[in-house]
Each structure stands twice: as structure tokens, then as C-alpha cells.
Design a binder for this molecule. Structure first.
Ligand code: 3BY
Ligand code: FES
Ligand code: FE
Length: 429
């Protein structure tokens, strides 16, 4: 008799501060549940507004078996729809990115306007009610240019709190006046949760990320008390002072910088602006800005270029780094139990000219290399999770607390689902 996996039992017996049991990383049943409970019922980071800068610009985002069409209308608003025709269900927009007038289905020509209303359907007879066949909408919210979508009928309401807080942190980087300098799509050979867990710690950074010479420095200081010799204690104290002084300076420039941690919320997130090492201007190999034209109102004369790195991490699928000259955003989408898409987007001032103001190689190399190195680590973690020798192992309380926050959040969301929480409804198919 085939073994059936009791996911609820695995959820209930999960031990805090330990990695998850193997089926969470390897099983198709768990991935199906993740897609339903996590990805269809939470706010998912999907894109940045500069990916669709003009009215008529349209992009598609695939979440599991759902394709979402995002379209900027003449009123500049971005709307989201299920990318499925209401006639016989053909996929409407097949491209990743295009520019359209109305949404016209290629199959029999049904045509929808930018509000998703069916405005043309030939040969359906005079009694046919077009208004019953509008596109199904998807919730879309932009936080100062970061586009989040939610496939649930009733999305988690605490998004508003994150949006209010984060708009203040992000707005000075002025995403509206940026352009996409580069976008990469990397398929990691591992479960999406391994990608997220890997992102939530820098325990692995020293040994694996030679290009990350502008470390997200806080991660370098996860010493346990017995490891704090005199030299390390001095470094830690110096870094704390550095943060304090920089925060005061940045706040005076109108840049919110203090840590906000809401990792146990349904819409869980964390943010903080951190100093960068050495010259400390940006995420580049020489740590200087990659783009001469800074973002927003930043300038060498007023704010200076040393504005640290504002990091923003969200459950379940994103992280972002905002510097004085460029922004890097990462979106994680599961493809199968052992394959995950990581989409990385680099934004620079929209007036910056490639070759003159920035060099693409210099702009992208830290994260291109770091992503590749992370992909290789995730691949190894997946290979291990698939072996009979795998057992959940302990997280470091000093360097992996945010891995625990992510795992605990995930388990809590599944518990909530099993408890029948109305806010997390699995769509009845
Ligand atoms: O990009 C990040 O936020 C994480 C943190 C440290 C490791 N990884 C690079
Ligand atoms: Fe779209 Fe027929 S399936 S018009
Ligand atoms: Fe890494």
C-alpha cells in the first residue's frame, strides 16, 4: 500500500530552531499545499512598476498554475487579471512582456478593456450578457513602486501596515523615476523554502561569496558570547556605534533607517538601513556607486552617496536592497518541489545612460555572482534533503534567527490553514 503523507502531522511535530523534515523540501503534495495556502493566500512580490512604465504596458507573472496579467491603464493604475479568456479559456497574453491596447484573445477575438470588461464578443447572439464574462481580477498593490499581488478573494488585511511603514522607507529611492537596467531569471535546483532559508542568513557568506565585499555587514557579527574575544568585541561595539551614527545622519536627510521587524505577522516583513563596509556606497565590487546619476533627490553635495543599503525582506517570496544609486529586487517563485525561479531586477535612475553613467557589468556583477553561488548552495541543500541520511539540523541562534523566523512563519501559516482559519482559504476547485 502506498504511503500517504500526513502533512498536518509533520506540521504539528516541527521542532523550533531546526530545519524542516525532508518532505517539506521534496514532496509534490507539500508543494501543492504551499501553492494553495502560501502563494494563493498571501501577498506575493511580483514585479516593479518600471517593468510596465507606460499605459498599455503589460507583463505576465506565473505563480504555480496561475498566470497573472498585469496591465497599466490610461489612468496609470496597474490592474491584475487572471490571464485566461472567459470564452473557452485560452491563455490571453503569452508573452512575458508586451504593449497592448485592449486585451484581445487570439482564439476568437473576445476583447476586454483595461478594466477587464468584455467589450466585444461576436456571434454570441443578442441575449448574450457580456457583463457576466469580465476577466477575473487579482488584487494588486504597489508600495512606492514594488508591486505585490494576492490571488485570494480576501487578501490579508495587514498588508496596509506594511505598506504604510515601507512607503516611507522606500519613497526617497524614487522607483517611479527609475528604469530596469537588467533583469535575470535564475532557476535554482532546490525547493523554494531552501532559497528563502538561504537568503535569511549570512552564516554561509564568508566562505561562499567572494564578490559580496560590501557585506550586508550585520550578518558578519553573529558571534556567540564564547566567541567574543577582545578583538571581536571591539568590532561589534564599533559596528553598533557606526549604525547609530549613520542612522542619525540618514534620518536627518529624511531617510527612515531604524529596524522594523514584523516577521510573525501574516504579511511578515523586516527592514533596516545598514552601513556598507569600506567606501560604503553601494553593492559593487569596489563598493563605490555603480551609477553616476543617483536616485531621487540624492546628490553628492546634499545627502552624499554613502546612504548605506536599505534592505527589505518579505514572507514568503522577496528581498530587496536600495542604495543611493541603484536598487536590486528579488522575487522567488516555486516551479516544482526541487526547482525555483529567482527573478532579479536592477533599477537605476531613468535618465542614466548605459556606458556613460553606468557600466552594466559593474552594476550587476556582485549579485550575478552571489546569486549563482547561492543557487549552488541551494542545489546542495536539496540534494541532501533528498537523501535518506537527512535529518532536520539545528539553526544557530546567533546567525540564523531569521531562518527560524521564516520557518516558524511558514509552519504557523500551515497550522492556521489546518485549523480552518477563514483568512487562509484554499480555493475550492
Ligand atoms: O540578500 C540578502 O538579504 C541575504 C542576506 C545575507 C545573505 N543574503 C545575501
Ligand atoms: Fe478566447 Fe475564444 S477562447 S475568444
Ligand atoms: Fe548567499
Amino acid at each position: 500500500m502506498a504511503n500517504t503523507l500526513n502533512i498536518q502531522e509533520l506540521v504539528d511535530r516541527r521542532e523550533a530552531y531546526k530545519s524542516l523534515e525532508a518532505p517539506f523540501y521534496t514532496s509534490q503534495e507539500v508543494l501543492d499545499l504551499d501553492l494553495e495556502v502560501i502563494f494563493k493566500n498571501h501577498w506575493i512580490f511580483a514585479a516593479v512598476e518600471p517593468e510596465l512604465p507606460e499605459p498599455g504596458d503589460c507583463i505576465t507573472v506565473e505563480i504555480g498554475n496561475v498566470s497573472v496579467l498585469l496591465l497599466r491603464g490610461d489612468d496609470e493604475e496597474i490592474r491584475g487579471f487572471h490571464n485566461v479568456c472567459r470564452h473557452r479559456g485560452a491563455k490571453l497574453i503569452d508573452e512575458k512582456s508586451t504593449t497592448i491596447g485592449n486585451i484581445v484573445c487570439r482564439y476568437h477575438g473576445w476583447t476586454y478593456n483595461e478594466d477587464g470588461e468584455l467589450i466585444l464578443a461576436e456571434h454570441m447572439g443578442k441575449d448574450f450578457d457580456k457583463s457576466c464574462h469580465n476577466l477575473r481580477t487579482v488584487h494588486v498593490r504597489s508600495i512606492a513602486g514594488l508591486i505585490f499581488i494576492c490571488l485570494a478573494e480576501e487578501p490579508p488585511a495587514d498588508f496596509d501596515e506594511m505598506a504604510t511603514t515601507m512607503a516611507k522607507y522606500i519613497a526617497p529611492h524614487d522607483i517611479a523615476n527609475t528604469k530596469v537596467a537588467f533583469q535575470s531569471e535564475l532557476i535554482e535546483e532546490g525547493n523554494w523554502k531552501l532559497t528563502l532559508e538561504n537568503n535569511r542568513e549570512c552564516y554561509h557568506c564568508e566562505g561562499n561569496h567572494p564578490q559580496l565585499t560590501v557585506p550586508l555587514s550585520e550578518f558578519g557579527f553573529g558571534f556567540s558570547p564564547d566567541e567574543l574575544d577582545e578583538r571581536r568585541s571591539e568590532d561589534v561595539a564599533k559596528y553598533a556605534k557606526d549604525i547609530e551614527e549613520n542612522h542619525a545622519r540618514w534620518e536627518a536627510c529624511g531617510l527612515p533607517s531604524a529596524e522594523e521587524e514584523h516577521l510573525a505577522d501574516v504579511t511578515g516583513y523586516r527592514t533596516m538601513r545598514l552601513p556598507l563596509m569600506w567606501e560604503g556606497e553601494s553593492h559593487t565590487v569596489d563598493t563605490k556607486v555603480a551609477c553616476k546619476k543617483l536616485l531621487g533627490n540624492f546628490s553628492r553635495e546634499t545627502t552624499g552617496a554613502k546612504l548605506g543599503g536599505l534592505s527589505f525582506w518579505t514572507h514568503p517570496n522577496s528581498w530587496h536592497h536600495f542604495m543611493s544609486d541603484h536598487i536590486v529586487t528579488f522575487s522567488v517563485l516555486p516551479l516544482s518541489p526541487g526547482r525555483t525561479l529567482v527573478r532579479t531586477t536592477w533599477l537605476v535612475n531613468k535618465d542614466a545612460i548605459e556606458g556613460e553613467d553606468y557600466n552594466l557589468e559593474n552594476l550587476t556583477q556582485v549579485w550575478t555572482h552571489t546569486n549563482q553561488q547561492d543557487a549552488d548552495l541551494v542545489r546542495l541543500a536539496q540534494l541532501g534533503a533528498e537523501m535518506p541520511g537527512y535529518q532536520p539540523g539545528p539553526y544557530s541562534p546567533y546567525t540564523e534567527p531569521h531562518v527560524e523566523s521564516f520557518a516558524a512563519w511558514y509552519i504557523e501559516r500551515l497550522k492556521s490553514h489546518f485549523a480552518g482559519d477563514k483568512k487562509v482559504q484554499v480555493a475550492a476547485e
